[in-house]
Design a protein around this ligand. Structure first.
Ligand code: ADX
Length: 204
């Protein structure tokens, strides 16, 4: 990233991440859902958010389609723009984590290097969740009709059609949406958060 800001100094207040986490009763973290369009990232992120909310956790979902209306509305789908998309989300998610929030991001984030850069920005709270579904399954689902448009040449740079999706090498979690029910997927994510001590283990 080109550094244009100079003469800026980081200011830390008396209330830090640990203090905010103590008040919240859980850790701040970033669940980074990655997968093809139609794999089920948004559905899963919102279902996990609902389950966490029911357990009185502070949550927020950053969703690709929504963020591209505002913050990243000036970005398209070239590799360069996707990189910038993920960099900005990484920085925003880091702020949410610092606020003590359980942050859920739902972006295709197709390139390994960009996800690793986000991991570098966010640090220890970065949890990569591979929302796994084959291209064939996603294309058969085609919830927004985008694969049909991409195949017809009406959309360019479409992931899985014109551009690669690079599967995670070593994600913290894999959720296979072709073989699991949504309920089991949510339970797998919550179990992981409990096992890591990010949320307290309590009655489900
Ligand atoms: S990412 O690759 O930069 O992470 P992001 O998750 O923000 O992508 O946006 C993907 C969403 O944008 C898709 O769910 C789809 O609705 C829409 N979209 C529009 N054009 C494309 C395209 N060429 N490739 C992928 N998704 C696209």
């Amino acid at each position: 990233m080109p550094e244009k800001s100079s003469n800026v100094t980081w200011h830390s207040g008396a209330i830090d991440r640990a203090a905010r986490e103590k008040l919240a009763g859980h850790r701040g973290a970033v669940l980074w859902f990655t997968g093809l369009s139609g794999s089920g990232k948004s559905t899963l992120a919102h279902a996990v958010e609902a389950a966490l909310h029911a357990r009185a956790c502070r949550t927020y979902v950053l969703d690709g389609d929504n963020i591209r209306h505002g913050l990243n509305g000036n970005l398209a789908f070239s590799a360069e723009d996707r990189k910038e998309n993920i960099r900005r989300i990484g920085e925003v998610a880091k702020l949410f984590q610092d606020a003590g929030v359980l942050t859920l991001t739902a972006f295709i984030s197709p390139f390994r290097a960009d996800r690793e850069a986000a991991r570098g920005i966010i640090g220890d709270g970065f949890i990569e969740v591979y929302v796994k579904a084959s291209l064939e399954a996603c294309e058969a689902r085609d919830p927004k009709g985008l694969y049909v448009k991409a195949r017809a040449g009406e959309i360019k740079d479409f992931t899985g059609v014109h551009q690669d999706y690079e599967q995670p090498d070593d994600p913290e979690l894999v959720v296979d949406t072709e073989s699991m029910t949504l309920e089991h997927e949510v339970a797998a994510v919550l179990d992981y958060l409990e096992a890591r001590g990010i949320i307290p283990a309590n009655a489900k």
